[in-house]
Design a protein around this ligand. Sequence first.
Ligand SMILES: [Zn+2]
Length: 274
Amino acid sequence: MPLVTLNEILPQARRDGYAVAAFNVANLETLYSVVRAARAENSPLIVQVYQRLFEDDRAELIGVMARRLAEQSDAPMALHLDHGGTLDRVKQALDIGYTSVMIDGSALPFEENIALTSQAAALAHAAGATLEAEIGHVPFGDGEVKLSDAAEAAQFARQTKVDALAVSIGTAHGFYKKAPKLDIARAAQIGQSVPIPLVLHGGTGVSDEQLLSAITCGVAKINIATELQNLFIRGAAGEIERNGDNFKPVDVYLKPVEAQLFDYARAKIRTLRR
Ligand SMILES: [Zn+2]
């Protein structure tokens, strides 16, 4: 089927109590591995792309491949801009056929985040796409966590008309120095106040048990970036070690790495649908 928006994937997931994995891909191998994993599970999939890949043609080229792969499959797949920083970036993604975009105003004061997100929602909806935004702040690296407030989240969702809301309940982007502990009581409160699907960023390194608890609170999209990308890099390093001075062409070299990514993505998809 053609690429779909988050609205063809997430409301049903929230209703039925499961989450859909959103994998950050950066090249053919990462994309192809997660798509094949979703196909093997006959599962919906969200493929997302960092905004820096929009600085040249990469995001568009990945989009062409993603569109083609979606058309060959019966399971719904969305193509999403992750952490769009500006309205121009949002427009660019919509222009090249992304079916969903994120605007990240989470570092702005509340009212400014509402204003920016409302504008992004209007752009996305005019293009037949969906919008994700963030309330509270999920930090990058050692940045400061700002947990989401349920009443603010409810007001934000109502006023901005956003389709999916990323919330801050104790996760961070990247690897953790010590295992995170999610604020599930807060997540439950937000879930009761906000009817739209919730999104969890920073899924890397969060235990399955905590992910499943978050899903019961209304989290329907879980972002997996660091773990997948790291697996690719480490896998490639492992192949170099294993092959020594033996030359192999790139596609042959990366086949075993793709197999690792496939197994990882498939297991993750299964866990989130449990
Ligand atoms: Zn994120």
